[in-house]
Design a protein around this ligand. Structure first.
Ligand SMILES: C[S@@+](CC[C@H](N)C(=O)[O-])C[C@H]1O[C@@H](n2cnc3c(N)ncnc32)[C@H](O)[C@@H]1O
Length: 285
């Protein structure tokens, strides 16, 4: 890992205690996104819309001398942040080395670092803006993410994140449940849990909203292929493994067809947008 000012060495994606059977395996998350690096941009329409909406929610007056794109993926929003904060120094962190390799050549002077949102490889009070679009739903310990954000933000600094909550891919989840009683879809936190965890954190909540976005697909195969190309197919521990038999697939198609709308098969995403601020230091007289 190259040296960067304000960046701690020797922690991050490979220094963390992985392997807890109750949690999504981060090595698998990293491997899945690394494999998807080349196909991601072509299918990431929703991810681009969500990231643009998150950018639009950034406080206009924020001076980001140093900013971090956390879970930068292919670097689409790393480049957008570099354009927005031309004078600032940019950092981008991702747990997937394949994503970093893809993003690195495309984002100019930004420093790309392998790391984990729950164990940020950054020094205390070293960034003014922590931007994270659609990455934190992969972190099982969200309070830890908030603590890390609070630690690395300078007083007055802002955490802007988008994530996914319960209700996301509900149609696929319900269709699989009807077929075999198993949850074949990644698990998501409830919006109320996001509200609670943000409220009790040491950060001040400036805004926290949930908005539904619905994509439409011509058929089930296009939906499942796009999830795979995003690297976002089901990685839950305990997911049913093995080959998916033809009859089960037929049953799944039938179950999903019940949701069909004039525009095609819907896939709902429940998107959470949060903007939080680290309080300014209070100087007592
Ligand atoms: C859906 S992509 C979003 C990428 C980018 N932010 C965008 O909006 O296009 C999620 C990214 O989060 C990364 N990620 C997942 N878990 C992470 C973690 N614990 N720490 C850092 N990055 C993580 C993945 O490797 C992947 O690149």
């Amino acid at each position: 890992m190259p040296e960067h000012p304000g960046v701690l060495q020797g922690r991050g994606a490979h220094g963390t205690p992985y392997g807890d059977a109750a949690l999504p395996d981060k090595r698998q998350v990293a491997a899945s996104f690394s494999r998807a690096a080349a196909s991601y941009d072509a299918v990431a329409e929703l991810q681009r819309n969500v990231g643009m909406q998150l950018l639009a929610r950034l406080p206009a007056a924020l001076q980001a001398h140093r900013w971090l794109d956390l879970g930068c993926g292919t670097g689409y929003f790393t480049r957008a942040l570099a354009e927005r904060y031309v004078q600032g120094e940019g950092l981008a962190v991702d747990i997937a080395e394949g994503m970093l390799q893809h993003a690195r050549p495309r984002a100019g002077a930004v420093h790309f670092i392998a790391g984990d949102a729950e164990f940020l490889p950054l020094q205390n009070a070293s960034v003014d803006l922590l931007f994270s679009s659609l990455a934190l739903q992969w972190c099982s310990d969200f309070p830890r993410v908030l603590n890390e954000a609070s630690r690395v933000l300078r007083p007055g600094g802002v955490l802007a994140f988008s994530s996914l909550c319960v209700g996301t891919l509900q149609e696929l989840r319900d269709s699989w449940l009807a077929v075999d009683g198993f949850v074949h879809v990644n698990r998501f936190r409830h919006f109320q849990d996001y509200q609670h965890m943000c409220t009790v954190s040491s950060l001040q909540v400036l805004a926290l909203q949930r908005e539904a976005q619905v994509l439409h697909f011509p058929d089930l195969r296009s939906l499942t292929t796009s999830l795979k190309d995003l690297g976002a197919h089901n990685l839950n521990p305990g997911r049913p493994g093995g080959l998916t038999g033809r009859s089960r697939i037929r049953a799944l198609i039938e179950a999903y067809e019940r949701f069909r709308q004039p525009d095609g098969l819907p896939a709902t995403y429940q998107v959470v947008y949060g903007v939080l601020q680290k309080p300014l230091l209070v100087v007592r007289a």
